[in-house]
Design a protein around this ligand. Sequence first.
Ligand SMILES: N[C@@H](CCC(=O)N[C@@H](CS)C(=O)NCC(=O)O)C(=O)O
Length: 256
Amino acid sequence: MFIVLGTKSRNSFNISQHHLCSLFVLFDISHTTVAMAPIGKIYSYPGNYRVHIAQVAADLNNVELEFPSFQMGVTNKDPSFLSKFPLGKVPAFSSADDTFHLTEGLAIARYIASSGPASSQLLGADPKTSALIEQWALFGESELSGATIPPLLMVLAKMIPYDEARYNQCAGNLERAVKRLEEAVKDGRKFLVGDQLTLADLAVLGPMTLASKFLFDGEMRKQAPSVEGYLKGLLEVPEVKKHFGEVTFVEKRVQG
Ligand SMILES: N[C@@H](CCC(=O)N[C@@H](CS)C(=O)NCC(=O)O)C(=O)O
């Protein structure tokens, strides 16, 4: 089956009526995945879970993202970067035409999730479903990332000095949040909201993949036996597996 798709521009197919001089492309869609023009660029270091969330949303929406070369501490300190992203933090998103700039991983993921046919799956098709998805997305950011990142900076990245009291407080907060998660998935639920993958699951999975490396240990998993299965189930979803890859679950937590 053949279809006239649009104009070919710089290795991607750009459906635009403005490139009158460009060649129309005869595209065989019977055995080819149609590549869309990139929606924009994400600046980040590799392995950033906030980026993986956006990448899964992009794949489900069949939108393409570009990843410019990025060097932490260099690219994000450059005046041209700071003029678009004044905080100098990543991930940072720039639209294909460079007129729209966005920071905060969840806002980027939400924008990409809303940019294609999987929008209502990922973000909810009615106000109550959307609100529940939002609840879990914020839970992922505040309760899970908030409890995981400070100890990670202490014991894995070694970017801040080890502070036992703060470490223990974060570990306690994570334990409490994991119990809440256990409550939600203990009947063997595969997804947090409805019966399909949503942004809620991705926003919870992201920080939990970090916690699993060093803090969400065997002891904590014993008290929340369904959570590990829930996370592993998400990691079997092809688009999730592609971007999050293999996740290790530590037996004994790493301390300073
Ligand atoms: N709230 C932001 C946090 C972003 C963030 O803290 N990024 C770190 C890397 S994980 C960063 O860019 N740090 C550079 C800096 O602080 O200069 C989000 O959710 O995207």
